[in-house]
Design a protein around this ligand. Structure first.
Ligand SMILES: [Zn+2]
Length: 407
């Protein structure tokens, strides 16, 4: 993820350094934002780019990006990216630490939907409403890019104004796994054989001792899975099991294509330029890119969802019968395509006191609240219209739901 600050810092300019950008900012043209007035006063160049990443560089990162080299393996991603940008763009201040607020534009290049939703929720939490009216100065635009192989997308989100990540959650279907019957009895693909070893054989044989979970980053673990997968594949005359594929399946690695990343990164950078300079209309608001077969791209306007649980300010209704069990509510929160929560914690207020109905992340509380899952909503003393507050890793904010009893 990158956070970009449009503030111009110290000057270390040489003559004509910003000539190309000036052509966009000092001349008018057919694609200009209708309210923009070309001028020599306009912004010239980004100087403050904050790079945020908690991860270290792995050798598997090298094929799909431009900033890391073999010598950088093991170093923090943010440090190396910052060093690279600092040496590539003289005068660009690019620290790798960060303070959260005060950024003008945020660019996400994340590899998980949960992280996107969290960042989306964070920016929504910073919005200021006065008498229900959004204060536009509290909006921090979010530019999100993503790729998967030869496909990619770039989108511009104005939190509170345009469709947010959660408004379009149905666009990100839950990960599809191979059917268990295929894995167990009719494998046809090398992946089926690897999944067989990962899901069934590893827990049964525990090759590295009891309680040792399969670690995709441990070469000995991968080697074991690879060997067993080869045996399984040989039984069914399946070819194509390799060490690399084994690691890919175990770690759920999505293949990355550097040129797709470059196209999406360029689209994101262009949007940053347009928003920061106000010279051109930003992408409205979702661009699809696909060069699997030829090259295909189009833009559509993703629409806000009226009852979006993240950005609508309206508590969503949960329709359940009073005789439904709490487990059913929990299942709905995780399985509904519009919510897709990961480990929701449900609390409510009863007789003026907070009551935790179920919480998974702390073992002692999980144990204490687990019996609630098999109780009915009636038995738990919940009433029609009761508010349930749900916390989850998909958002930094608590999501409010209203319980609506069906008969
Ligand atoms: Zn939304």
């Amino acid at each position: 993820m990158m956070l970009v600050d449009g503030d111009a810092g110290s000057t270390s300019d040489w003559d004509d350094r910003w000539n190309h950008i000036k052509k966009f900012l000092e001349r008018s043209g057919p694609f200009m934002h209708p309210d923009f007035e070309p001028s020599t006063e306009a912004l010239s160049g980004f100087r403050n780019i904050h790079v945020v990443d908690m991860d270290n560089i792995d050798v598997s990162n090298l094929n799909r990006q431009f900033l890391f080299r073999a010598k950088d393996v093991g170093r923090p991603k943010a440090d190396v990216a910052a060093d690279f940008i600092n040496s590539r763009v003289p005068g660009c201040f690019c620290p790798s630490f960060y303070l959260y607020l005060e950024f003008h534009i945020i660019v996400c290049g994340l590899d998980s939907i949960v992280a996107r939703r969290w960042m989306n929720g964070m920016l929504l939490s910073l919005l200021v409403y006065e008498d229900g009216v959004l204060d536009p100065s509290s909006i921090i635009p979010l530019i999100d890019g993503g790729t998967e192989g030869f496909k990619g997308n770039a989108r511009v989100i104005l939190p509170g104004m345009t469709a947010c990540i959660d408004c379009t959650l149905e666009l990100y279907p839950p990960q599809i796994n191979f059917p268990m019957c295929t894995i167990a009895s009719m494998p046809r693909l090398p992946e089926h054989c690897i999944e067989y070893v990962r899901i069934l054989q590893w827990p049964k044989e525990m090759p590295f001792g009891d309680d040792m979970a399969l670690d995709g980053d441990d070469p000995e673990h991968i080697q074991w899975v690879y060997q067993k997968s080869l045996e399984r594949a040989a039984e069914f005359s399946i070819t194509g099991v390799t060490y690399r594929l084994t690691q890919g399946v175990v770690k759920r690695i999505i293949p990355a294509v550097a040129s797709t990343n470059a196209a999406i990164a360029a689209a994101c950078a262009t949007e940053v330029f347009k928003i920061a300079s106000s010279a051109y209309l930003p992408l409205n608001n979702y661009m699809v890119f696909n060069d699997v077969d030829g090259l295909y791209t189009y833009t559509f306007e993703a629409e806000r969802k009226e009852n979006c649980s993240a950005c609508s300010q309206v508590p969503s209704d949960l329709h359940f019968s009073p005789s439904s069990k709490l487990q059913e509510v929990l299942d709905y929160l995780t399985e509904s395509t519009s919510l897709q929560m990961k480990s929701p914690a449900i609390t409510t207020t009863m007789d003026g006191k907070n009551k935790t109905l179920y919480l998974q992340s702390v073992a002692s509380i999980e144990q204490r609240t687990r019996p609630n899952l098999t109780k009915t909503l009636n038995e738990l003393g919940l009433a029609d219209g009761q508010e349930l507050a749900v916390a989850d890793v998909t958002t930094p904010q608590t999501v409010l739901f209203k319980l609506c009893f069906t008969s």
